[in-house]
Each structure stands twice: as structure tokens, then as C-alpha cells.
Design a protein around this ligand. Structure first.
Ligand code: UDP
Ligand code: LCN
Length: 795
């Protein structure tokens, strides 16, 4: 494939270079474009474009020539094309966060650069021509209020918003004397339950504060008390703000004591919940996050010389129909913390409290009432407003944004997954998908929360701006269309400094290396032996392992289609070499499809059974039902490490992938999908391996090669295991995370003040959108009813 640098200069745009590129291959391109047009109006993805091009250019050398030229480069950076004869419009993404749109006339191959808005209209005309041409079709332009706000410009800055904001604040404080007053006002405003924390009203101007600081410093310094100001004036000048010191300064400012987190859907609890529908990594993430945030808050409060107690509340849904979990309890202390609680608030409808679980896709009708009830509860428990509100996932983010807006609190949002990118063309096909998934509500709620957020916490760069080949989850919200409903011409800008990467970790008191033998939870060993090796088939495990001496490849996930556990089972089934080297152990779902409430899970369960039959896997596979005890699970990872095995995470797409870092923390060499977060966590061949979930042969051979090499090179397995651990300690710990997130809370509180006017204008726009549009969409989602009468809420 041609490299862009060899054929395109940085300054050149696609619209400038495409005419020449088409001219060079005019004969083939005309044929190729005719082929594209053959089926009439439609959308085509890159692989379709390539496939059809390859079918048209038969000669191998000619094909290579086209692909190696400029045209090859342009095509390879194309994400999709919209065909409306005689035109073909291309959406081209030369680099993460950078897009160009061009329209080519297939008759004369003339090229015209078009705007994102025109491209969207072009796409819409494929499914709804009348609406596409309607001059009054609703267009959303969240960027229109951002014209005064600073944004970043390089792909490499994406996700480092705090650095950018610190630099910007520094230069503003330095350059404009008036803006220093903003900082003074901020410091004066810092209080905790009415008690002034930093400076009092008598020091409410820059000059008064400066004077006071000078006196304070003089008193504290080692200089004799009578030393004249002039003799240390120069040193004071050197203390003028710089971005690094400013960030440090903000991390010391006592502005956060009370934090509210929202994690609403699913079963949110501390035991027996994992593996239940909609209940996966988000729960683990939020609980670990609370422990880490509390620890960091306590440390900071101590460093600040204060004696306040922090308070963290996680607000989740109260589920009377708790299915053996504690999700029907209103209040529950968070384990491993002293000052943090889970507070559960029920969903209320006209008929009373809803008892049963509802899928995250059907959750919208309950959220407004939930926000009101949750806000009242939080204000009562905290005896005042929180200092920071953080949402998780669409539902939690929406509720967090409504509450933060009402209370004027700084808002952070987190999206463990944005559903829009999970389902191909989910925006264009929204009408078709809405009865099942209610994407119109979900994408609208996402737009509202993202734009309300003062900062957005992401786990990886990929989540924001994707990789070279694949747009990021947030990037896919920059411009998109729901034909017939609205067209988003600027949804979110990935160069906005609100984006920050703070990757989670894994609880290291649970997930520690297999070599730390004195810490190991040895009491689980007999149960694990049974789980893996007994020949009995029951509700907990089916299949068996004939040769117990072989290393094990292990995978654990919810049985969602996207997790691709069935894909891994099929790769294993098809690869004789791999089967001769290792056994396969899967922890996922359960075995009876009729017991599942989840549409996708049912299909995956059936498929697992079919694959075990088809490839005659019994004797080489052990399929274990979902496991809910994380201590035992951690020992399972370590047990597999003892067998010199590996962990495999084969997902079609994974936003982050907590199992990947759990396995790596246990010292288990890990193979993980190259689609999404794991591609950033693992440095291929050094701290683990990346596998392509869309290329089963290549992936299963890569795993087989590893085990082959381990046989030939004694130290190989340990080198990869150590590489994984090193990577974790450097980048993926909760300590690093908590420090970053609290810095965000501090910096963006001030940032909000210096960008007050834009923030307020945007919020008005969002409110309008919420009231006039979102609420109507919510009315289309059916309200669930219980078969039995609603019960009183337990205390
Ligand atoms: N998990 C578990 N039992 C299972 C499946 C998963 O305890 O049967 C845990 C797993 O250890 C991890 C979390 O659930 O902590 C899954 O998080 P991940 O980020 O891998 O995926 P998600 O489910 O959030 O998409
Ligand atoms: C949800 C997911 O799908 C995972 O990729 C993440 O690891 C998890 O949440 C925690 O953020």
C-alpha cells in the first residue's frame, strides 16, 4: 500500500489531489465507478469498495499499480461512500479526527469538495429524499456556541485536555491582568459547609492577595523577619505561574470533598451481580473508582491540613425484584471504604415502583423522575450540594447532566461504550432499529450529556479519536444524521480540551501476580481444580479436558455477540495445531438459552452448543458458566498462569477491556483484540499480543506460534508475562487514575468560570433540545409493567 507521505504533502487536500489520482487510472476508475453504481442508491463501506474494485481490475499487476498509487491511498483512508447515481460521495479520514468529503461525478470523474452537512444530506437522500431536501429539516450545531472557546489542533493533543487547559489558563492569567481577578474570586469562593478554605473576603482583590501572600511567605521563609521585600522580589517573579505549577496548584486547592457518581442500569451491587444482563465491567469500574477516589481525597485533604471527611455516593437503580442480589437495598456501604455508599433509588411510574429489571435500551421513560428523586436524596445525605458529579454510560450521564445543570455543579461523564459505533449504520438505520434498541433516545441523550459535560473521562485515545483505520466512538458523533429526525452538523469536537484520558486499573489486592505465592487465595484451589478438571457436567460447567498437562487458553466475558466468545471457540475448533498445543477454557453466560432474558445472549448460547458439536470439542474445551466471585476469578487467572497458559480477549470491538488488565496484573500473557482499547493497552509482542478478531486464521495461528515458541525457548513465556506487568505498573493503576480525575475536577471547575458565557449559552440550547425533542422521543418507549403489584421499598 502506498504511504501517504510518499505521495501527498501535508498541506494538500484530497479534493486537490483526487482529480489527478483519478486521471492516472482513468480507464479502471470508470469501470470501477460503473460497478459501484450498478446496484443504485446505497451506502458502501471500505471493504465493499475494495472488493468491487478488485473484481473489476482483473490483472494483478494493474491492480497493484492502482493500489500503490495515490488513488490507493485515498481509497484506504475512505471510511464509507454514499452512492446516488451518477454521483459517489466519499467520507475520507486521512488522520484521526480529520475528515474530508468529496463528491465525484462518475460520468466525467470531476471532483467537488463538499461540506460535512452536504455529505450528510447526500447520505440521507438514499433513505429519505424528501426529508434530505427539506430546507427546514432540523440541524443541530452544538459547535456554534464554541466559537470563542479554545480548541486543540494536533491529533497528538487529543485526550490531554488538562494540559491544554492549564497552559491556556496560565497564559490568560499572565497576559490579561483582569483575568487574575477570576482566580482570586475562585479562591474566595472555596468553602466547605460555609467555612472559608483558602482566602477570606478581606483579600478579595489581586493586589490585596498578593500583598498577603508576600507577608505569608516572608513569615514562613527562612529569611530574617526584617529582610526587605526588594531582596526577594526577584524570587517572587520567578514564581510567576507556569502550566506545570498551575496544574500542581489546582491539585492542592481544596475544592472537592463530596462526589456523586451515577451508574444506573443493570444490577449494581457488590456481589453476585457480574454476568447478569447489562452488568459487566461498568460495575467493577465504578466500585474500584470509588475506593481509589476516596483514598486520593483523604490524602489530599490531609495534605491540605484539613480535617473534613469526604463523602462519595454512588446512585444506582433500586430493583425490588433483586434476584438474590442486594439491589433491593436502599443504602449499602462500599467495601474497602470508610465514607462511601451506594444509594439506590427506584424507578417510579404512574403505577408505583417498578419491580423488574429493564434493559439499558428501554430505560429512558424513568430517568427524569429518577433524577428528581436522586437529587433530593443526595442533597439530604450530603446536607448540601456535591462538588463534583460523574455519570457513567448514557443513562447515568444524562441524569448526571440534569442534576449538575440544576445545581451548578462541575460535571464529568464517562461512556464505557457508546452504542452508536457498535451497530453498523445505526444512525442511518435508526427507524428500523428503534423498536428494538430506541437509539433515537440513546443518541439524543448522548448528545445532551457530552455537550453538557465540563470534562469527559475516557479510558483510551481510541475511545475519542480511534486509530488510523477506525474512527473513535466520540469522533463518530462529530457529524451524523438520523434521517427524518435530525441532522447533527457539529455534535462533539474531539479537539475540545474537555477530553481526557484516565485509564482504569484493576484492584491490585485482588489481581496480583501468580508469583506472589504468600498472598494467593489458596482456599479456592480445590474448587478451581474441580471447576476446570472434573469430568462432571452440571449447571456450572460442561465439556471436559482430557489432557490436563496442556497449557490452557482462557477467556471470560459476558456472552454478548460483540465479545466474540463464539468466534474464539470456532477459531480453536478449526485450528488443529492450536488444539494439539493447548486446551480451551471459557467462562461466559450459562447453558440454557430459554433461561436468558437477553436477546443476544440467547443466540450466543445456542451457537456455543452448535460449535462444540460441530468441531467435536469435548475433551478439549471446558465451558464454565458466568462467575461472580472476583477473588476466585483472580485465582483462576493465576491458576491458568501456573499452567503456563494465556488469556485471550477476542472481541469484535472492546471499549477498554477490564479482563485484559486483570489477566496482565496476574502475570498471564494476554492476546487481545486490536479493535478498540486493548490495542493501546498491549504493545504487540512486548507486553502481550494483539489479534485481529476479523481474521480468525491469523489470530489462532498467532496464539499457536506463541505456544510453539514457548516450547522452544524456556524464558519466552516469562518475558511476555513480565512485559505485561511492567506495562500495567507504568500506565494502568487506580492510583494514577484517581489523581488525574481529581485534577480534572479542580481545573474544569475554574475553566467553567472563565468560559462562563459560552457555557451558559450552550446550556440553554441543550435545555431547548431536551424539552422540545428528547422528551417526545422518550414517549415512544413503552413503559414496563410488573405482573405483580408493586411492593413498598425496603429500608
Ligand atoms: N466478569 C466476571 N464474571 C464473568 C464475566 C465477567 O466476573 O462471568 C468480570 C470481569 O472479571 C471484568 C468484568 O466482569 O471485571 C468485565 O469487564 P470488561 O471490561 O472486560 O467487559 P464489559 O462486560 O464491561 O463489557
Ligand atoms: C464496558 C465495556 O464494554 C468495557 O470495554 C470496559 O472495560 C468497561 O465497561 C469498564 O469501563
Amino acid at each position: 500500500m502506498a504511504s501517504s507521505s510518499s505521495i501527498m504533502k501535508r498541506s494538500e487536500s484530497i479534493v486537490d489531489t483526487m482529480p489527478e489520482a483519478l486521471r492516472q487510472s482513468r480507464y479502471h476508475m470508470k469501470k470501477c465507478f460503473l460497478k459501484y453504481l450498478e446496484k443504485g442508491k446505497r451506502m458502501m463501506k471500505l471493504h465493499h469498495l475494495m472488493q468491487e474494485m478488485e473484481s473489476v481490475i482483473e490483472d494483478k499487476d494493474e491492480k497493484a499499480q492502482v493500489l500503490e498509487g495515490l488513488l490507493g491511498y485515498i481509497l484506504c483512508t475512505t471510511q464509507e461512500a454514499a452512492i446516488v447515481p451518477p454521483y459517489i460521495a466519499f467520507a475520507i479520514r486521512p488522520n484521526p479526527g480529520f475528515w474530508e468529503f468529496v463528491k465525484v461525478n462518475s460520468n466525467d470523474l470531476s471532483v467537488e469538495g463538499i461540506t460535512a452537512t452536504d455529505y450528510l444530506k447526500f447520505k440521507e437522500s438514499i433513505v429519505d429524499e424528501t426529508w434530505a431536501n427539506d430546507e427546514n429539516a432540523l440541524e443541530l450545531d452544538f459547535g456554534s456556541m464554541d466559537f470563542k472557546s479554545p480548541t486543540m489542533s494536533l491529533s497528538s493533543s487529543i485526550g490531554h485536555g488538562v494540559n491544554f487547559a492549564s497552559k491556556f489558563i496560565t497564559s490568560k492569567l499572565y497576559a490579561q491582568s483582569g483575568s487574575q481577578q477570576l482566580l482570586v474570586d475562585y479562591l474566595v469562593s472555596l468553602d466547605h459547609q460555609g467555612e472559608n478554605l483558602m482566602v477570606n473576603e478581606t483579600l478579595n482583590t489581586v493586589s490585596k492577595l498578593q500583598a498577603a501572600l508576600i507577608v505569608a511567605h516572608a513569615a514562613l521563609s527562612s529569611l530574617p523577619n526584617d529582610t526587605p521585600y526588594q531582596s526577594f522580589e526577584l524570587r517572587f517573579k520567578q514564581w510567576a505561574p507556569d502550566p506545570v505549577n498551575l496544574e500542581k496548584f489546582f491539585s492542592r486547592v481544596p475544592s472537592i470533598f463530596n462526589v456523586v457518581l451515577f451508574s444506573i442500569h443493570g444490577y449494581f451491587g457488590q456481589s453476585n451481580v457480574l454476568g447478569l444482563p447489562d452488568t459487566g465491567g461498568q460495575v467493577v469500574y465504578v466500585l474500584d473508582q470509588v475506593v481509589a477516589l476516596e483514598e486520593e481525597l483523604l490524602l489530599r485533604i490531609k495534605q491540605q491540613g484539613l480535617s473534613f471527611k469526604p463523602q462519595i455516593i454512588v446512585v444506582a437503580r433500586l430493583l425490588p425484584d433483586a434476584k438474590g442480589t442486594k439491589c433491593n437495598q436502599v443504602l449499602e456501604p462500599v467495601m474497602k471504604t470508610k465514607h462511601s455508599h451506594i444509594v439506590r433509588v427506584p424507578f417510579r411510574t404512574e403505577k408505583g415502583i417498578l419491580r423488574k429489571w429493564v434493559s439499558r435500551f428501554d430505560i429512558y421513560p424513568y430517568l427524569e423522575k429518577f433524577t428528581q428523586d436522586a437529587s433530593a436524596k443526595v442533597l439530604e445525605m450530603m446536607e448540601g450540594k456535591p462538588d463534583l458529579i460523574i455519570g457513567n454510560y448514557t443513562d447515568g450521564n444524562l441524569v448526571a447532566s440534569l442534576m449538575a445543570n440544576k445545581l451548578g455543579t462541575t460535571l464529568g461523564t464517562i461512556a464505557h461504550a457508546l452504542e452508536k459505533t457498535k451497530y453498523e449504520d445505526s444512525d442511518m438505520k435508526w427507524k428500523q432499529l428503534d423498536p428494538k434498541y430506541h437509539f433515537s433516545c440513546q443518541f439524543t441523550a448522548d448528545m445532551i450529556a457530552m455537550n453538557s459535560a465540563d470534562f469527559i473521562i475516557t479510558s483510551t485515545f481510541q475511545e475519542i479519536a480511534g486509530s488510523k483505520d477506525r474512527p473513535g466512538q466520540y469522533e463518530s458523533h462529530e457529524a451524523f444524521t438520523l434521517p427524518g429526525l435530525y441532522r447533527v452538523v457539529s455534535g462533539i469536537n474531539v479537539f475540545d480540551p474537555k477530553f481526557n484520558i484516565a485509564s482504569p486499573g484493576a484492584d491490585q489486592t485482588v489481581y496480583f501476580p501468580y508469583t506472589e505465592t504468600q498472598k494467593r487465595f489458596t482456599s479456592f484451589q480445590p474448587a478451581i481444580e474441580e471447576l476446570l478438571f472434573s469430568k462432571v457436567e452440571n449447571d456450572e460447567h460442561i465439556g471436559y479436558l482430557e489432557d490436563k498437562t496442556k497449557p490452557i487458553i482462557f477467556s471470560m466475558a459476558r456472552l454478548d455477540t460483540v465479545k466474540n466468545i463464539t468466534g474464539l471457540t470456532e477459531w480453536f475448533g478449526q485450528n488443529k495445531r492450536l488444539r494439539s498445543l493447548v486446551n480451551l477454557v471459557i467462562v461466559a453466560g450459562f447453558f440454557n438459552p430459554s433461561k436468558s432474558k437477553d436477546r443476544e445472549e440467547m443466540a450466543e448460547i445456542k451457537n456455543m452448543h452448535l460449535l462444540i458439536e460441530k468441531y467435536e470439542l469435548k475433551g478439549q474445551i471446558r465451558w464454565i458458566a458466568a462467575q461472580t466471585d472476583r477473588n476466585r476469578n483472580s485465582e483462576l487467572y493465576r491458576f491458568i498462569a501456573d499452567s503456563k497458559g494465556a488469556f485471550v480477549q477476542p472481541a469484535l470491538y472492546e471499549a477498554f477491556g477490564l479482563t485484559v488488565i486483570e489477566a496482565m496484573n496476574c502475570g498471564l500473557p494476554t492476546f487481545a483484540t486490536n479493535q478498540g482499547g486493548p490495542a493501546e493497552i498491549i504493545v504487540d509482542g512486548v507486553s502481550g499480543f494483539q489479534i485481529d478478531p476479523n481474521n480468525g486464521d491469523e489470530s489462532s495461528n498467532k496464539i499457536a506460534d506463541f505456544f510453539q515458541k514457548c516450547k522452544e525457548d524456556d524464558g519466552y513465556w516469562s518475558r511476555i508475562s513480565d512485559g505485561g506487568l511492567q506495562r500495567i505498573y507504568e500506565c494502568y493503576t487506580w492510583k494514577i487514575y484517581a489523581n488525574k480525575v481529581l485534577n480534572m475536577g479542580n481545573i474544569y471547575e475554574f475553566w467553567k468560570r472563565i468560559n462562563k458565557e459560552q457555557k451558559e449559552a450552550k446550556q440553554r440550547y441543550i435545555e431547548l433540545f431536551y424539552n422540545l425533542h428528547y422528551k417526545n422521543l422518550v414517549r415512544t418507549v413503552p413503559i414496563a409493567t410488573d405482573e405483580v403489584q408493586s411492593a413498598p421499598v425496603p429500608k
